[in-house]
Design a binder for this molecule. Structure first.
Ligand SMILES: [Zn+2]
Length: 254
């Protein structure tokens, strides 16, 4: 039975996020690490960030093209196998039934063992950032699609064969229970993030991203290699609330 602890590498993973650059800001270190270890990684972007500019020269269409190119480049750097764009409008996401069905279709099509998404309950970070409504809506829609709809035979049979997701890795959460060591891929994460030139310009976010990953690592429980010696924490980590949905008494259909 899969353990889904900090060392676990799923055979396949699907990251479903609202905007191009969300994956790179949050979970790309973990995905790059898993991809290197042979995991088949799929990115699903619900919007293409087609409102994400203050440049009066850019139309929604031009911005979509630009940001999808940037996301494809970021995914290539991280070793993802595919990127799917669902092209909903930026800043207008809501966890509706139609969106849930669209996500169920993607989950049933690519059949990931693990799904990654935002925590829909995280509203405030510190005292300067209110979590984007699209991030919360995306997180809610993903969780609702994963459980129970994607695995229910009688729910939307026209959206594909039922699929049981084994674990959900919820990121940007205030209640993490798993810290993944990303010391080996923090550089890859930063390179992937820098692909989003329309958002970052020439800003170097490396100090900020490394600082976040160091803060997360400091909260991780100290672990002993092979159960021996002194416990140690990783230098850099990404934190998740991992929900283990697979139960041995309910075998998945696959
Ligand atoms: Zn975002």
């Amino acid at each position: 039975m899969p353990r889904f602890d900090a060392d676990y590498v799923p055979r396949s993973a699907m990251a479903i996020y609202a905007h191009p650059d969300d994956i790179e800001f949050t979970v790309a270190g973990t995905l790059a690490k898993w991809a290197r270890a042979g995991c088949e990684v799929t990115y699903i972007l619900i919007t293409s960030g087609n409102a994400g500019t203050h440049d009066p020269a850019l139309t929604r269409k031009a911005l979509t093209r630009l940001r999808e190119e940037e996301e494809r480049e970021a995914a290539r750097i991280a070793g993802a196998k595919r990127v799917v764009f669902l092209r909903r409008d930026d800043c207008e996401l809501a966890p509706t039934l139609p969106l849930r069905k669209i996500l169920v279709r993607q989950i049933r099509k690519y059949r990931p063992e693990a799904v990654l998404c935002n925590d829909p309950q995280a509203l405030f970070f510190g005292d300067q950032y209110v979590n984007h409504p699209d991030h919360r809506a995306a997180g809610q829609a993903v969780l609702d699609a994963v459980f129970p709809c994607a695995e229910m035979r009688l729910v939307w049979p026209d959206a594909g064969r039922p699929h049981k997701v084994h674990a959900v890795y919820v990121s940007s959460t205030h209640s993490p229970n798993t810290w993944i060591d990303v010391a080996g891929t923090i550089g890859t994460k930063l390179a992937a993030l820098q692909a989003h030139r329309s958002q970052l310009g020439d800003r170097d976010l490396s100090p900020r991203i490394r600082g976040w990953a160091r803060d997360e690592a400091s909260r991780a429980p100290a672990r002993r290699a092979g159960g021996k010696g002194k416990g140690r924490r990783p230098e850099y980590a990404e934190a998740f609330r991992v929900m283990r949905l697979f139960r041995e008494d309910v075998p998945p259909e696959s």
